[in-house]
Design a protein around this ligand. Structure first.
Ligand SMILES: Cc1cc2nc3c(=O)[nH]c(=O)nc-3n(C[C@H](O)[C@H](O)[C@H](O)COP(=O)(O)O)c2cc1C
Length: 219
């Protein structure tokens, strides 16, 4: 039987293999700067959507829920994402403003998790970001009642067609329900794979308005 050709691993595969020692990865004492460094590395290695994060919310009864969203902006104020205020997550946030977010970058075997309250972004910011989106995505935001039951695909196609007609020859403004949120982190934890499951963890907790304390955690 012919043997499969040997394909040597690329340097990055070796550097980030499960038994690789990635060396010193906590390269900043500022969690935002550290996130920026890790995120840049993830963007260079992930096959797509390095900015995808699992967003956990909970309803009024504290029952958790989770789904992916895309991180759109990140700065010392927090993590911004966009969605429908009337979606399940939007309703959950309205009833319980505490949330968590998680990035897992498989290509570099690292994760970063965030916990904190969520606030709405100013409408001007949402308007500006909405205006940058492709017309098709803007029409879709009008047509989709995100998280509501949908009879069949034809019903969605009909809703899209109706919105295309409504906005024919016109600009498509941001629908009121399509808004931005910011998760304001109170805790940020960085995790990196190390050999023998002896992973490194560094937890930052907010102290005062702009200060952070950091603690290492057992794996
Ligand atoms: C990689 C990825 C990125 C996504 N990004 C977003 C996003 O930025 N905003 C959004 O509303 N939904 C996004 N979704 C869809 C959500 O995961 C989810 O299906 C939708 O928001 C409805 O969630 P809900 O019913 O909990 O509100 C994304 C899904 C995936 C897999």
């Amino acid at each position: 039987m012919p043997r499969a050709p040997f394909i040597p691993p690329t340097p990055s595969e070796e550097a980030y293999s499960a038994d690789a020692d990635q060396g010193e990865v906590f390269t900043s004492a500022d969690p935002f700067e550290l996130f920026e460094q890790w995120f840049a590395l993830a963007r260079a290695h992930e096959i797509n959507d390095a900015n995808a994060m699992a967003l956990a919310t909970a309803d009024r009864e504290a029952a958790p829920d989770v789904r992916m969203v895309l991180l759109k902006d990140f700065d010392p104020r927090g993590l911004s994402f966009y969605t429908s205020e009337t979606s399940a997550k939007g309703r959950q946030i309205a009833g319980n403003h505490r949330a968590a977010a998680l990035f897992h970058w498989k290509s570099i075997r690292r994760q970063v998790r965030f916990r904190g309250p969520v606030e709405k972004l100013p409408t001007l910011e949402a308007d500006a970001y909405f205006a940058e989106r492709a017309r098709g995505a803007r029409i879709a935001a009008w047509a989709s009642k995100q998280s509501a039951p949908l009879a069949d695909r034809a019903a969605l196609d009909a809703a899209i067609a109706a919105m295309e007609k409504k906005f024919e020859g016109k600009d498509v403004p941001r629908p009121d329900h399509w808004i931005g949120y910011r998760l304001v982190p109170e805790e940020i934890e960085f995790w990196v794979n190390r050999p023998f499951r002896l992973h490194d963890r560094l937890l930052f907790t907010r102290s005062g308005k702009d200060g952070w304390n950091s603690t290492r955690l057992y794996p």
